[in-house]
Design a protein around this ligand. Structure first.
Ligand SMILES: CC(C)(COP(=O)(O)OP(=O)(O)OC[C@H]1O[C@@H](n2cnc3c(N)ncnc32)[C@H](O)[C@@H]1OP(=O)(O)O)[C@@H](O)C(=O)NCCC(=O)NCCS
Length: 195
């Protein structure tokens, strides 16, 4: 069985939430509702009910144990001066989800992410993704991580490019985001060390 990761970065710690820690995740999504809604699927009624959040966290941990996904949260505190520091019991600063991990000849997965609106533009998301990518590439021996974004999401595109993701194409009506089917730019990062 895989050990639950606790990865320190300069300003955060990456880990997985247990179902009883549902409140910090709910707080993250509710505080960031308008920031995230243009870039995420619409949430159904009851999505933030305790029972539903707990069930999703449990399912996500089961998938982790099965080697199918790693849904990281980055935790820490933001002080009055805006200084960010890692704290395993702190608020959720951002999320970084490696999903649909497939082995065999594919050895690949998808990546999705977001950062709290109050700490955008400080390189914290990049810091989190660098640590998460290092972990999944080595622990799951992956060849490829795929990340796709809506062309208008230039911020996300810049971030991926800075991490070495390369554009591979444009998929029409790829995902239903914010209530409508939207085209996505397909990108991926390869593991250059894999033989
Ligand atoms: C997309 C998203 C994660 C990008 O977050 P971000 O805060 O811009 O990313 P970073 O933390 O890496 O910050 C990068 C920016 O900070 C700047 N920066 C400031 N200090 C920095 C530092 N110490 N290190 C690195 N970059 C720094 C960089 O120059 C860069 O600026 P730029 O975007 O003008 O080029 C964020 O906008 C978000 O959560 N959006 C909503 C959800 C979403 O779109 N998710 C992705 C769907 S595909």
């Amino acid at each position: 069985m895989l050990t639950v990761p606790k990865i320190m970065t300069e300003r955060t710690v990456l880990t997985l939430l247990q179902h009883y820690e549902y409140q910090v995740l709910t707080d993250y999504y509710q505080n960031n509702r308008s920031h995230l809604s243009p870039w995420e699927p619409e949430k159904k009624q009851g999505y933030f009910d305790e029972s539903q959040v707990r069930a999703r966290l449990q399912a996500s941990n089961d998938l982790f144990v099965a080697g199918g996904a790693v849904n990281f949260v980055a935790r820490g505190n933001i002080d009055r001066d805006g200084e960010i520091s890692a704290d395993l019991n702190g608020q959720v600063l951002g999320v970084c989800n490696f999903t649909n991990i497939i082995q065999g000849p594919f050895q690949a997965c998808y990546l999705g992410y977001s950062i709290d609106k109050t700490i955008q533009g400080q390189g914290v998301m990049r810091e989190i993704l660098l640590a998460g990518l290092g972990y999944v590439f080595s622990e799951f021996n992956l060849n490829r991580v795929m990340a796709n974004y809506i062309p208008d999401n230039e911020r996300s595109g810049r971030l991926l490019a800075s991490l070495g993701f390369e554009k591979e194409g444009l998929a029409k009506s790829y995902l239903k985001i914010d209530g409508r089917w939207q085209d996505h730019i397909l990108t991926s990062k390869l593991n250059t060390e894999l033989t």
